[in-house]
Write a protein that binds this ligand. Structure first.
Ligand code: SAM
Length: 216
């Protein structure tokens, strides 16, 4: 896989107005859709969270360009909409630190990530103890991490890793389901729609980033 991506030195050197041109004032991203694929959730979150800045992050160049054009055409079709949605090509497993400043995120979505079934490839999973530590670093206290997959074994992995992480507490499903973002996460991603058509199950979990930062 050609992982020869360019990335900024640090989040401060990014001119976010190139992504969110209509937004006045601070305009760093506040919601990440990690591995956004074709961007169904990224664009669906835009009207639901009008005061958030949503950023899809995708490693595949062509898919990323598709999402960029999709957002541009939504902005053109209905003026005044989707200015808070954007996409960046990035390897989120390596370069989140280059894009996102600590404590600046309200939400992270990880939807239908690649399962990497073989044990020797588990380290390539996008939810691991170390990556959860990074996600906690970017999320503000009390904010949320959303996880969904159609692979039961991977769901168990997500739950096991996140339950055992001191920076995350699971939100009970009956409380989490009241959050309209959960419905969008279940219904609007391209992968989620594919799973729906095949009649397979979807497994999800929502976590809260704990308030306190533990002592070093
Ligand atoms: N979330 C979308 C959905 O539910 O329709 C796409 C799911 S797809 C199975 C997983 C996506 O994650 C792919 O588009 C893949 O290119 C992307 N991806 C995998 N590893 C990544 C990484 N390290 N950084 C960014 N994107 C990644």
């Amino acid at each position: 896989f050609n992982d020869n991506l360019s990335y900024p030195l640090d989040p401060q050197s990014i001119d976010w107005t190139t992504y969110y041109s209509e937004i006045k004032g601070a305009c760093h991203p506040t919601v990440l859709d990690i591995g956004c694929g074709f961007g169904g959730l990224t664009v669906a979150l835009s009207p639901l969270l009008p005061s958030s800045r949503i950023m899809g992050m995708e490693i595949r160049a062509k898919v990323c360009e598709y999402v960029r054009l999709r957002i541009m055409s939504l902005r053109n079709e209905t003026p005044g909409t989707h200015h808070n949605a954007a996409v960046i090509r990035a390897n989120t497993m390596k370069n989140l630190l280059n894009f996102i400043a600590p404590g600046t995120l309200e939400k992270i979505f990880i939807c239908f990530p690649d399962p990497h079934f073989k044990a020797k490839n588990h380290r390539r999973r996008i939810v691991t103890y170390d990556l959860l530590t990074e996600y906690a670093y970017f999320l503000s206290p009390g904010s949320k991490l959303y996880l969904i997959t159609d692979v039961e074994e991977l769901h168990k992995w997500h739950v096991e890793k996140s339950d055992s992480h001191e920076m995350f507490d699971r939100i009970p499903d009956d409380e989490a389901i009241k959050d309209p973002c959960v419905k969008l996460m279940i219904e609007t991603t391209e992968e989620g729609k594919k799973v729906e058509r095949s009649g397979s199950s979807k497994y999800w979990a929502v976590y809260r980033r704990v308030e306190a930062t533990p002592p070093v």
